[in-house]
Design a protein around this ligand. Sequence first.
Ligand SMILES: O=P(O)(O)OP(=O)(O)OP(=O)(O)OC[C@H]1O[C@@H](n2cnc3c(O)ncnc32)[C@H](O)[C@@H]1O
Ligand SMILES: [Mg+2]
Length: 198
Amino acid sequence: MTKLIFASKNKGKIHEFREFLSPFGVEVISLNDLDNVPEIDENGLTFSDNATIKAKIIAAAYQLPVVADDSGLSVDALNGAPGVHSARYAGDHDDLANNKKLLTELANVEKENRTATFHTVIVGLKPTGEKIEADGAVTGSILFKGQGTDGFGYDPLFYYEPLHRSFAELTATEKNNISHRGNALRKFMTLFKDWWED
Ligand SMILES: O=P(O)(O)OP(=O)(O)OP(=O)(O)OC[C@H]1O[C@@H](n2cnc3c(O)ncnc32)[C@H](O)[C@@H]1O
Ligand SMILES: [Mg+2]
């Protein structure tokens, strides 16, 4: 069984990673399973920068190969906000407050102009510096009020037209099949074996 450190504290992401990687025989150890986890200042300008920052700090701290995910929501009517600032959009890392702020910002925006894209960048980094990277995206639109109780973050507000449901109304497997994270993970896995065994 391959064990990897996933440099995240986000329970929703960790669940989706475990769900995606279990058929590959990969066991995911998250930052919530480790002691003395260093502070990570996600001050990069891009998802790629931030995923790399997370991976570097954790690979250096534990001297093990690490995989990190940085993601966020870009809303067209808000010129791409909250983007890389998605986690702390409303100040603290608080999903409910973030969703509330998003609805307030979009209060006067009509249905057809509420398009948005979720982005994910996944970085794999070894303590030796060998790095792989993959990105993924999915487009949908922002609802006028939350729908569904699964998922995390902005999922209740993100409506995915092809399935006629919000992301919070999908199971983890359904979401992985079409999501930004699932799309990034599928690309990532095409690079993974060579990187891991190198
Ligand atoms: O940095 P880690 O510890 O991985 O966890 P985080 O929650 O801080 O994650 P990010 O820095 O990548 O910030 C991403 C933000 O976007 C939200 N987000 C990311 N992926 C999402 C998804 O699949 N569905 C809904 N919201 C998502 C998430 O809730 C955060 O507010
Ligand atoms: Mg974060």
